[in-house]
Design a protein around this ligand. Structure first.
Ligand code: F6R
Length: 359
């Protein structure tokens, strides 16, 4: 039940810190051992490439964890949109391992790829929120997101649960492969810090509420920019904003703007900048300056270490593998309040359904 919440989406945003903590408890024992099936880890440790297949928000969650998994395991990770590889599988390595990221476990586009993968007798893991769902039943292995039911059509806690679980899997696999990069990542501790950082943002949601009443009440378009991890969150942030507020939004690699898209920046265009990546953050700042000088209304979401006085929202620093978990929260709230201020049914955006069972 949504109880005191006006919409499920807000309730589900609020639940995210608890979901992180629950996942850490479910997948790591008191003495730091993983509870992930050893047969799965053995199978994955023998693969030379991981193919992550997903749609929409789940696809964005895959991107948000590519760097962490590659770093911890040393195995390259490729991302594929299900509907693009359903007819023609990507070129495969000698020992491919497939991961299907699907909150509902029922997405037809993703299932079509799994059917092909099964025909080739290749191993697959489904990561889903729904036990017994079609993709869970049909894949060799399943890991559950334990996010609790997600009612709002716009996915929030399933995204953060996917990012969390992919990190837990990367850590467990990296340990299995005896990698220093995995040993160095104290995942339970770091997830605790990320959950606390999420809590802080959620407790200050009124700031976002007020700011969006101004920034997004009437605009027709908006942009999210970032580099590295911040770019992957920008893609998810843009999807969330467009699907429930109907504001045409693009998530962009900040450095790519100048190669064409900057032509769309006008007086008053809202541009959200995400700055948590130490390596690239300063360069995104430069891109924000460029759009400001063309009239854009910028809104900067930065981590403490990289923040400036003028930034609109400052978040606690967290481990580089986990920044998407925290950065995405203000963007979910931005989408929520934009939709609310425009007077829409936040939980039930037009033309969309919770599980997409058609091709
Ligand atoms: C957006 C959203 C969709 C889903 C997509 C895949 O908020 O929820 O983009 O992420 O339809 O769904 P699943 O994860 O169930 O395969």
């Amino acid at each position: 039940e949504k109880g005191m919440y006006p919409f499920y989406m807000l309730k589900e945003i609020d639940e995210q810190p608890a979901v992180l903590r629950r996942l850490a408890q479910t997948y790591v024992t008191e003495d730091g051992q993983t509870t992930i099936d050893d047969a799965l880890l053995t199978h994955m440790s023998q693969s030379d490439r991981i193919y992550v297949v997903a749609c929409g928000t789940s696809y964005n969650a895959g991107w948000a964890t590519k760097h962490a998994i590659e770093t911890m395991t040393g195995i390259p990770v490729e991302l594929h949109v299900s509907s693009e590889v359903g007819y023609r599988l990507p070129m495969l390595s000698k020992h491919p391992f497939f991961i299907f990221l699907t909150q509902s476990g029922e997405t037809a586009d993703s299932r079509q790829v799994l059917v092909k993968v099964n025909e080739l007798n290749l191993p697959a893991l489904t990561i889903t929120n729904v036990a017994g769902s079609t993709l869970s039943r049909e894949a060799t292995y399943t890991l559950l997101l334990h996010a609790g039911p997600e009612i709002a059509v716009a996915s929030t806690k399933a995204y953060t649960a996917q990012v969390t679980l992919m990190n837990l899997l990367g850590k467990a696999l990296g340990m299995k492969l005896d990698r220093q990069e995995a040993r160095d990542f104290d995942i339970v501790h770091e997830l605790g810090l990320a959950a606390n950082a999420m809590d802080t943002i959620i407790n200050e949601k009124e700031v976002i509420d007020q700011a969006m009443a101004q920034l997004l009440e009437t605009t027709r378009n908006a942009f999210y920019i970032g580099r590295g991890a911040d770019y992957y969150v920008a893609m998810e942030a843009a999807l969330k904003l467009k699907e429930i507020s109907y504001i045409q939004t693009e998530g962009f690699a900040a450095g790519e703007l100048k190669h064409g898209t900057i032509a769309l920046i006008e007086e008053g265009t809202p541009v959200f900048g995400l700055i948590t990546d130490t390596l690239t953050g300063p360069h995104t700042r430069g891109n924000l300056k460029e759009v400001e000088s063309r009239g854009a209304n910028t809104f900067v979401i930065a981590s403490e270490a990289l923040a400036k006085e003028s930034d609109q929202l400052v978040m606690a620093n967290v481990h580089e593998f986990l920044t998407p978990l925290v950065t995405v929260v203000p963007t979910q709230l931005i989408a929520y309040y934009a939709s609310l201020h425009r007077g829409y049914d936040v939980d039930k955006p037009r033309n969309l359904a919770k599980a997409v069972t058609v091709e």
